[in-house]
Write a protein that binds this ligand. Structure first.
Ligand code: UDP
Length: 239
């Protein structure tokens, strides 16, 4: 059973268990998709019913941020821990490389997915990059067709929230892929365009603060974090 945090149901899995589950889905018939909500996405889901449905209908819902883990604990239904999307992706690629599986990278500004593909192919020998496409397209059909033609087993969909969740729910099946993963800004990190917070910061649950310092333009978006905690407090009292 999933753990409910303000209307979003999270799978209670460690990172390793999440990767294991991802591989199982990848080897099961049909299309599956994974979402990795952080507090900001939970707040989006509170206001946007279509986004909430897309998130809750995912085959795997992972707690991306420390905020979600804290929220679940405050509500008296603790999660085993965080399973950040980017680390889930790394675990999955390691396993995919061992099996010689193929990956399509969709999203980010033009050139970023290609650069990410080159770096990932070098980092995970055996992993096949089936194709790439930037995330600023106007029409869905040519992109869906390109993924289908590539024969990719897995697609990383990095279009930002809630666009990526809605896109996977709506078009996942048509791509012919077995597993689609909504991973926000991960391609920017894989391409080396954006640096991930050093371990010290993420170990202390301060990755969000590091990102804010690096990019003060995120301040508006980050206001969703205190709002999330206020809503969790309110929900706790209600329960
Ligand atoms: N993006 C995109 N198409 C869009 C809007 C955003 O490909 O129409 C990309 C954007 O370039 C970035 C990612 O989606 O690479 C979203 O990054 P963000 O930092 O918002 O994600 P987070 O990791 O914080 O969820």
């Amino acid at each position: 059973m999933r753990i409910d945090v303000l209307g979003v149901g999270f799978d209670n899995l460690t990172l390793n268990e999440a990767v294991e589950r991802g591989m199982e889905l990848l080897h099961s018939p049909g299309a599956h998709y994974v979402v990795t909500p952080n507090p900001e996405i939970v707040e989006i889901c509170r206001e946007n019913l279509a986004a909430r449905e897309a998130v809750n209908c995912a085959d795997l819902v992972l707690a991306d941020g420390i905020g979600v883990v804290k929220g679940a604990a405050m509500l008296g239904t603790p999660l085993k821990g965080r399973a950040p999307g980017i680390e889930f992706a790394a675990g999955l690629m390691e396993r995919m490389a061992a099996e010689g599986l193929s990956l399509y990278l969709l999203g980010a500004r033009p050139g970023v997915a290609e650069a990410a593909g080159e770096r990932l192919a070098a980092k995970y020998p055996g992993l096949r990059i089936a194709g790439t496409h930037d995330g600023y397209f106007q029409e869905d059909s040519p992109v869906i067709e390109a993924i289908r033609q590539s024969g990719a087993e897995v697609v990383f969909v990095c279009l930002g929230a809630p666009k990526q969740e809605l896109w996977m729910a709506r078009h996942g099946e048509a791509t012919g892929a077995r597993l689609l993963c909504g991973l926000g800004g991960s391609l920017d990190v894989f391409a080396g365009v954006v640096e991930r917070a050093p371990k010290f910061w993420s170990d202390h649950g301060l990755e969000w603060f590091y990102r804010l310092c690096k990019n003060p333009g995120r301040a508006g978006r980050m206001m969703k974090l205190p709002l999330f905690l206020i809503h969790v407090q309110r929900e706790k009292r209600r329960r």
